[in-house]
Design a protein around this ligand. Structure first.
Ligand SMILES: Nc1nc2c(ncn2[C@@H]2O[C@H](COP(=O)(O)OP(=O)(O)OP(=O)(O)O)[C@@H](O)[C@H]2O)c(=O)[nH]1
Ligand SMILES: Nc1nc2c(ncn2[C@@H]2O[C@H](COP(=O)(O)OP(=O)(O)OP(=O)(O)O)[C@@H](O)[C@H]2O)c(=O)[nH]1
Ligand SMILES: [Mg+2]
Ligand SMILES: [Mg+2]
Lengths: 259, 279
């Protein structure tokens, strides 16, 4: 019940609980002097283990620029996250170029340009109407200007929108990114798994960014998405400013989900 | 001695799964299942469609139990609508859609760009104002939102508008200073027009989980929410948290966003909504 209140997906919660039950039996919780505490301990450990991923760092391409594509549902925080990633890379000495292939949302490209300026990083601002062509030209621009990272912000889209999912697949095909990051809202409910799974099926996600964690949503969607897709959660969005991106901490997330 | 459960346990399990997956939430789902199980001993619910009828009835009852808000007698002929909500829910898009709808109905109105904070927020709503064929009141970037709001109310009165739609910046309900800023915006409107804002619409993303109830609670407290807009219902999420919000806070669902185009806003229809959950 608590897991469901925390927005953990119904099936994920059931699977999780049966794992805990197995371990509890194996661990002989009942023989412990403090069975309640012991059980909570097991739950916490299992949660952390599930949330942890093998590669939580950003991968680097052998051949610069390393290209990252951000994708996800409408309003999840992609454009803002693009700025934050730019900031993070700049702070560690890289030279990122931000680019937006969102030709759908009003003033989307202006938004990224403004965000890039705030993060003090470069933005590809050439005009363009075709996302695939824009993406290709950005890669070229990154190479020409010696940028070692290219961050591609894409339009929000529904995973059931065939046309837009194909558009995303074509952008990915064209720029061959090293990382494809799914940007998901931490306050998402049961449906988070469905959308993440479909995005993963279409473009093979390499990482997840969980945004708006500065709110008080328990964030159970994190557990669901991570365990069902197997994709590691790499970053946590903790606010609206360029510096508000943190590495993802599985132990903190576990405590939060448990409330 | 209680009578036999009048509904087959397997059928109830199926209903429970659907309600949970639609974000109705565990507590409210349990309540619904419980009332289905016990409400009329003696009659047997034999099949899925019969059970669905009962569930539909139960859900519609929850959604319409909210007393329809008495239309505040609009003293100046101007209806002021304030859009609020957490980040990324669809406020700006909804503002544009609503303005377009009312303009199409022959009403005269204004949009107010009260999000003076977020990158390209004014540029975004400017495009929507153009699409709606409605003028936009805007200030320089970084201006005090209360100042733009004040100016927009003045302008709407001066131009004898029928409506003024104010789009505010997204804010997490946990950020006290931002919630106080919103409270101030409401006060500024009220000082100028005592019965305003006539509508305060909370725009909620249909993908929102149980945190949606807490969001609604806070926005009700600081901004006096009068109605809910459930956006992005064209996706696969069902926005079941709207039921909890109706039940616990008495906020009625009024509009549904079904896409990113200017026409993609429909009046809330309980039958269509519940059908969407069970198809
Ligand atoms: N508090 C908070 N707000 C965030 C965070 N990330 C993004 N936002 C806000 O969420 C809203 C939506 O962010 P965007 O970056 O425009 O989202 P998007 O995914 O690019 O949206 P679309 O392009 O329309 O799909 C904005 O108001 C952002 O400032 C975060 O980590 N914390
Ligand atoms: N599919 C779909 N997308 C929507 C709907 N309503 C809004 N959107 C999209 O959701 C994203 C966010 O919408 P905005 O209107 O910018 O949301 P907002 O609440 O004003 O965001 P902030 O001002 O940053 O807090 C945009 O990409 C919109 O096109 C809807 O009903 N359906
Ligand atoms: Mg964007
Ligand atoms: Mg907005």
């Amino acid at each position: 019940m608590a897991l469901l209140e925390a927005d953990v997906n119904v099936q994920v919660a059931q699977q999780f609980l049966s794992r805990v039950r197995e371990r509890a039996i194996g661990d002989e919780v009942l023989k412990s002097l403090t069975p309640g505490q012991h059980l909570v301990g097991i739950v916490r450990e299992e949660l952390e283990a599930l949330l942890k991923g093998p590669d939580q760092k950003l991968k680097i391409s052998a051949m610069p620029p390393t290209t990252l594509v951000l994708c996800g549902l409408q309003g999840s925080g992609k454009t803002t996250t693009a700025g934050k990633l730019g900031w993070l890379l700049k702070e560690r000495g890289n030279l990122p170029l931000l680019t937006s292939v969102d030709v759908h949302r009003p003033a989307a490209r202006e938004q990224l340009a403004t965000v890039a300026r705030a993060a003090q990083v470069r933005c590809f601002e050439e005009a363009g109407e075709d996302p695939v062509d824009l993406a290709a030209r950005s890669v070229y621009a990154a190479r020409q200007t010696g940028c070692d990272f290219l961050i591609v912000d894409s339009a929000g889209r529904l995973q059931i929108d065939q046309k837009l999912m194909e558009e995303l697949a074509r952008v990915v095909e064209r720029v061959q990114p090293t990382e494809i990051l799914y940007v998901a809202d931490a306050m998402s409910g049961q449906d988070a798994v469905r959308s993440a799974l479909e995005f993963h099926r279409r473009v093979n996600l390499t990482g997840i960014v969980l945004t708006k964690l500065d709110g008080d949503a328990r964030g159970g969607a994190a557990l669901s998405v991570r365990s069902i897709t197997g994709v590691p959660i790499k970053f946590a969005g903790m606010g609206e400013r360029p510096e508000d991106l943190e590495p993802f901490y599985p132990d903190r997330m576990a405590s939060r989900i448990l409330g | 001695v209680q009578g036999p459960a009048r509904v087959d346990a397997d059928l109830l399990d199926r209903v429970e799964a659907i309600l949970l997956l639609s974000d109705v939430g565990p507590a409210l789902t349990a309540e619904v299942i419980h009332s289905l199980r016990r409400s009329a001993p003696g009659t047997q619910v034999k099949n899925w469609s019969e059970l669905l009828e009962l569930v539909r009835g139960e859900m519609k009852r929850i959604l319409s139990a909210v007393p329809p808000r008495p239309k505040a007698s609009v003293t100046s002929g101007l209806e002021v609508v304030l859009l609020v909500g957490v980040n990324g829910g669809g406020k700006t898009t909804t503002a544009g859609k609503l303005a377009a709808r009312w303009a199409r109905e022959g009403k005269r109105g204004l949009l107010c760009a009260a999000d003076t904070f977020r990158a390209a927020a004014v540029e975004q709503i400017a495009v929507w104002a153009q699409r709606a064929g409605v003028d936009l009141i805007r200030h320089q970037g970084g201006a005090d939102p209360s100042a733009v709001v004040f100016d927009s109310v003045d302008a709407a009165l001066a131009r004898h508008c029928d409506f003024l739609i104010i789009d505010t910046a997204g804010r997490l309900h946990t950020r006290e200073p931002l919630m106080h800023e919103l409270e101030k915006v409401v006060r500024v409107i009220r000082k100028r027009i005592p019965r305003a804002p006539h509508q305060v619409l909370l725009v909620l993303d249909a993908t929102t989980g149980q945190n949606g109830v807490e969001q609604a609670r806070r926005f009700l407290q600081f901004a006096g929410v009068t109605g809910l807009v459930l956006s992005k219902l064209d996706g696969t999420a069902r926005g079941g948290v709207a039921l909890g919000i109706a039940k616990e806070l008495g906020i009625s669902l009024q509009w549904v966003g079904v896409g990113e185009g200017v026409e993609d806003l429909v009046e809330f229809d309980p039958d269509a909504y519940v059908d969407g959950i069970f198809e």
